[in-house]
Design a protein around this ligand. Structure first.
Ligand SMILES: [Zn+2]
Length: 473
């Protein structure tokens, strides 16, 4: 069997002013060593030849520039065409890609892939659970499976499941049926984590619904809420060989999600920035970790909104570590001044100008990390240490701090631009707060200027009625 592997994975925030460009993507082509890191499980499928095409991934950001998408898509299609005939295609996707001037980018890509490989080739895709699935997507692929954890700790497992489903269907000559139930609910990922209820119970119930015959797989998509386009919503999907069974599973999951809609809540106290700082000061253990959630680059934020830092400078907590502000020019100025130098400069507020402006800071350059392209410095001003980075950088791991000679656990308050805490930070935090801060991924979604989503939709239309209606593909 010959199976091609490729895909374009991006979570694009339509509220972000920062376009995603071609050079923001890490592209893995045939022969690249990264291929086996993305798919280390392929040796578990003897008798199948896996053929690399193009896998492109980028950190979440604003809509992808049309030319960048066209270039990636064209190369993927060309590489696929050159490998014909193929038995199957596995697409490693995210599902919330937005391309300027185009709706339903995944739908467009899948339709184009289908055109190249033909009706007889099976197409399987793995999705993040924050993908917005459309009818066009459902009609052009044969298999789809999504993450079942948020924070995502089953990334490899999900990729492997997408490949295993594909191999199984090819081997047993199964042409799976798909039941798709759109759920008119728009909730941020920070409320729908699988670490607490009701997300935990809903996602834990997926595996029980799968019998490996009538129902081959099931997926619940929370969707990606910061995408102002008609397909934005949650959904439930079941695939298998028995239409009644898959309709029942997808409808049941959708109904449970719908009924739970008002129970989804943040996993940490969600407060204004000022209240987070005040509450954190009173905690007697360190570190207290605060999420500067509105500007979370892993959800699509620009990573340079200064609002939180401005409030911190005003309130002056005695010992705070702030990670981080993306500002390449400010980093270079600090590096030129050198360690120990006192500098006065304006930081941040240049990528996302709508949510804050540059912030004037005077401080001392404490440390410099210049070993790769993402040069970083630590600037200390009063009781606040600020990490400045050249590129938009989420701080998820202790080692990132250690590289800057910082130990997060030595600080009373650590602020990260993140939503819910990733496992490493959660384990470290003695207390945690989620700051409802401004930015492209503002958690107060009802305050965002949606114009193109389908209505009615919860929470915008809180009194609406709804019942699941399975569409078959
Ligand atoms: Zn996600």
């Amino acid at each position: 069997m010959r199976i091609a592997i490729g895909g374009i994975a991006h979570e694009s925030c339509s509220f972000s002013p920062l376009p995603t460009k071609l050079d923001d993507f890490t592209v893995v082509r045939p022969g690249a060593p990264e291929f086996s890191q993305l798919y280390p499980f392929l040796s578990g499928f003897p008798g199948t030849r896996f053929l690399a095409t193009l896998t492109a991934k980028a950190i979440p950001g604003g809509p992808i520039k049309a030319g960048a998408y066209q270039a990636l898509k064209a190369e993927l299609l060309e590489r696929l065409g050159a490998l014909e005939p193929l038995d199957g295609v596995y697409l490693d996707m995210h599902g919330a890609m937005c391309v300027s001037g185009r709706d339903d980018a995944e739908g467009d890509l899948l339709a184009a892939v289908r055109e190249v490989v033909g009706r007889n080739c099976l197409i399987s895709a793995s999705y993040d659970l924050h993908g917005n699935v459309s009818e066009r997507v459902m009609s052009n692929l044969d298999l789809i499976t999504g993450y079942r954890t948020a924070p995502h700790i089953d990334v490899l497992e999900t990729r492997e499941r997408a490949v295993a489903l594909l191999v199984r269907c090819l081997r047993d000559r199964i042409r799976p049926r798909k039941a798709f139930v759109k759920i008119p609910v728009a909730l941020p990922g920070e409320k729908t984590s699988t670490e607490w209820e009701p997300g935990r119970g809903i996602y834990a119930s997926i595996a029980q619904a799968i019998d490996g015959e009538r129902v081959l797989d099931a997926t619940v998509q929370v969707g990606y809420v910061w995408a102002d386009e008609p397909r934005m919503s949650a959904c439930a999907i079941a695939i298998g060989q028995d239409e009644d069974a898959i309709a029942q599973v997808a409808s049941r999951l959708a109904q449970r999600y719908w009924r739970s809609r008002a129970e989804f809540t943040f996993g940490a106290p969600a407060l204004t920035v000022d209240d987070c700082i005040r509450r954190a000061r009173k905690v007697d253990a360190k570190p207290v970790i605060i999420s500067d959630s509105g500007d979370n680059p892993t959800a699509g934020g620009a990573g340079d909104v200064t609002y939180f830092l401005e409030r911190a400078m005003a309130l002056q907590p005695p010992d705070m570590l702030y990670a981080s502000i993306a500002d390449a020019a400010a980093v270079e100025r600090c590096i030129a001044a050198g360690p120990g130098a006192r500098v006065s400069l304006e930081i941040g507020g240049k990528l996302d100008r709508g949510n804050s402006g540059p912030l004037a800071i005077t401080g001392t350059v404490e440390s410099i990390s210049a070993h790769d392209a993402n040069r970083q410095v630590v600037l200390k001003s009063g009781g606040i240490r600020i990490i400045l980075t050249s590129k938009r950088t989420p701080f998820h791991h202790r080692r990132q701090f250690l590289e800057l000679n910082l130990n997060p656990e030595d600080h009373r308050i650590v602020v990260v631009k993140i939503g819910y805490l990733v496992p490493e930070l959660k384990a470290m935090a003695r207390a945690a707060y989620l700051a409802l801060s401004p930015g492209a991924v503002n958690q107060d979604i009802a305050s965002l200027d949606f114009r193109r989503i389908q209505r009615p939709c919860y929470p915008f239309d809180p009194d609406m009625d709804w019942a699941p209606n399975a569409q078959f593909f």
